[in-house]
Design a protein around this ligand. Structure first.
Ligand SMILES: Cc1ncc(COP(=O)(O)O)c(C=O)c1O
Length: 463
């Protein structure tokens, strides 16, 4: 335990300088909280967020900031909503928790699954609920393996994922994650995970008569053949890669992936933890390409971040096989179908639908992207400005013609991030890629402000 000035109501006379509430809280945080992506060097420059309103956050020293990534891509309805808080409180008062294990259920779980059946891809009508994205992916891996075992194909266990993918950091999800920085301290990884390249419309190039999308789909097919289709259970992909750098696939990629998965009897699992519930301007992102997955994992926006929640939707064909098992399916989570999470999800979906916010995400996304292009496209170190719906990114490069990145040691992305935060815009960076995914309720004037601040931050670091 540390002894800090904040515990005294009156500062001691001996205190040399007044300690800000924020720095005092940060000292206590450093003493007792271990954070995701723990790094003591990040603690001192940390911010303590105390309040939120719409797309704005306020820190413990009263400084305001635009929430440029809607929390962690999840707070789609913005901060400080009473309707979501009321839905949670009402459900907590009525029934805070009851077992969801087979043979038990609750009204909110039933109503949410029904509502999702009408929203998610037409062939997906059954849902398993989790507390977040990694659990949803873990569940998807186990659904895929059990599906093939129940179909008498026990050798089909491998999962093919993509480089640069982010699927969470629990051990199997980490093994599917294709960003190798997440691996070294925690290896060995779970065996049976294979990675293939994603299509990269910015850096990728295709031969004559070919396309970046079809080449990447070919890589998947080659991996299935190399591993042996009789050993592959599932292919997992984010429809638009988020953490990896907001990579929007070419239009021909997912339709061809769907064909390949079908042909080789490999389940297609869409990790829609970021893209689900409107982020790309459609309720679910494979709708952009008229493709239906066999499994869909979701989390984040389903409760707008107001309650830790997620899930997996399974196609009727997969559900039928699970139903035919002779014994129980031994996968379980205490908080599966948590009634409060279900109630908050129902209210979130009601607002998204009632206020037409998925269409708004599409419109605002175009507005934001256009604004970024106007302000930054001519900058010699802005290599790419890309996005789909209210999910976009800029990529900074040393040499625009050769698309050559800056040396990692220059820390350009981190410095632009710090400069943006200083000017009142919070986001995250991966290398020199700066993603933006503000709440769907962000007013256009604030989207302009995001563009102004980012352009200013880029100029402050890169001239
Ligand atoms: C696409 C995707 N999948 C899975 C996850 C993991 O979700 P969680 O952090 O809730 O475990 C994330 C988190 O950012 C994600 O972006």
């Amino acid at each position: 335990m540390i002894h800090s000035t904040a515990r005294r109501t009156v500062p001691a006379a001996a205190d040399p300088i007044p300690v800000s509430l924020q720095s005092d809280l940060l000292a206590r945080d450093r003493a007792h909280v271990l954070h995701p992506l723990h790094d003591v060097r990040a603690y001192d420059a940390g911010r303590v967020w105390v309040r939120g309103e719409g797309a704005r956050l306020v820190d413990a020293d009263g400084r305001e900031c635009i929430d440029g990534l809607a929390g962690l891509w999840n707070v789609v309805l913005g901060h400080g909503r009473r309707d979501l808080a009321d839905a949670a409180a009402e459900q907590m008062r009525t029934l805070a928790f009851a077992s969801g294990y087979a043979g038990n259920t609750t009204r909110p779980a039933i109503e949410l699954a029904e509502r999702l059946s009408s929203l998610v891809y037409p062939s997906i009508n059954r849902f398993f609920f989790t507390s977040g994205g990694a659990e949803a992916n873990e569940t998807a891996f186990k659904i895929a393996r059990s599906y093939w075992k129940l179909r008498g194909r026990p050798g089909k266990t491998k999962i093919i994922a993509r480089r640069l993918a982010y699927h969470g950091t629990t051990l199997a999800a980490m093994s599917a994650t294709g960003l190798d920085a997440y691996w070294p301290l925690f290896e060995p990884r779970v065996p049976g995970f294979v990675h293939v390249p994603p299509p990269d419309p910015y850096r990728g190039s295709a031969g004559p008569g070919r396309s970046v999308g079809l080449d990447a789909a070919d890589e998947l097919e080659a991996a299935i053949r190399r591993e042996g289709a009789e050993t592959v259970a599932m292919f997992i992909a984010e429809p638009v890669m988020g953490v990896g750098g907001v990579l929007v696939p070419p239009d021909d990629y997912f339709p061809r992936v769907r064909e390949i998965c079908h042909q080789h009897e490999v389940l297609l699992a869409a990790d829609e933890v970021i893209t689900g519930f409107g982020r790309t301007g459609r309720w679910f992102a494979l709708e952009h390409w008229g493709v239906e997955p066999d499994l869909v994992q979701f989390a984040k926006a389903v409760t707008s971040g107001y309650f830790p929640f997620g899930g997996v939707g399974v196609s009727d064909a997969v559900a039928d096989v699970l139903d035919r098992a002779e014994g129980p399916w031994m996968h379980a989570l205490t908080y599966s179908g948590h009634p409060v999470g279900c109630a908050v999800a129902l209210q979130t979906i009601a607002v998204l639908a009632g206020e037409n916010l998925v269409a708004e995400a599409a419109r605002k996304g175009e507005y934001l992207l256009e604004g970024l292009k106007q302000r930054l496209a001519s900058h010699p170190h802005v290599g790419d400005i890309r996005g789909r719906g209210l999910m976009c990114a800029i990529e900074l490069v040393e040499d625009r013609d050769r698309k050559r990145p800056f040396p990692a040691a220059d820390q350009i992305g981190a410095r632009v991030h710090a400069a943006a935060l200083e000017r009142g815009l919070l986001t995250r960076v991966r290398g020199d890629i700066v993603p933006l995914a503000p709440p769907f309720v962000t007013p256009d004037a604030l989207l302009d402000r995001i563009g102004d601040i980012l352009a200013d931050a880029v100029r402050a670091i890169l001239g």
